[in-house]
Design a protein around this ligand. Sequence first.
Ligand SMILES: [Zn+2]
Length: 230
Amino acid sequence: MFRETITHAGGTTEGTASETHAVTLLVRAARRQYAMEATPAGGALITWTRHVFGPGGNSLVLVDRSIRLDPMTPVGNLTDTVREDLSLVDGDPRARYDLVKGRRVITGTLWQVPPFPTAGLRARRLVVEDRGRVRLTLTARLGLLAHAHRTTTTAPRGWYHPSAYESAGLNRPGRRAGLLRDSTSAAVCSCLELSAVGGDREHARRLALDHRRAVTAEFVADRLAVPVNA
Ligand SMILES: [Zn+2]
């Protein structure tokens, strides 16, 4: 279950969205190529712009629209152990609940999550039973996605003393008292697949955001646009 916040012409509207409704929203948004980003809590932010008639009704103006999905139960800390257990459940279509000495466990083809962590995964709404099978909730999947793509940007070097090699070009603009300025900033991601350099830190932050949006759109198109049990 998610809290759904819609930003539209009249302001914002809040409501609730079931997992099925949230999947529908994300898949539709991906088809329309709206920007979308998974949040660390296990939700998502969908944003797009729309042309509407401005005051007077004669000219079209661009306005921002968004739908924010916040999980009722945020995923919390996704430790290595939790992520390993979730990976077992996610990778095995035979994952199901079983009882061992009267205590509930999740079992798969060749593995078992013991009672205590099983209780934790259930209480945190990271897994759900669906037609006899235990699967990850959308919240867990979005939270894992955000966790896999934690981006950072490096601080620009700023003014610095040029090396002997660079000193040869000191007559160029940007020189100050023999110093050169480097405002570039690198955008990196914990997935190690992003290596981009922005002209300044704001640009690098934009590159990092573009990456997080790209992986979210890819996840929605590849993993959500088909029925889970297909
Ligand atoms: Zn990444």
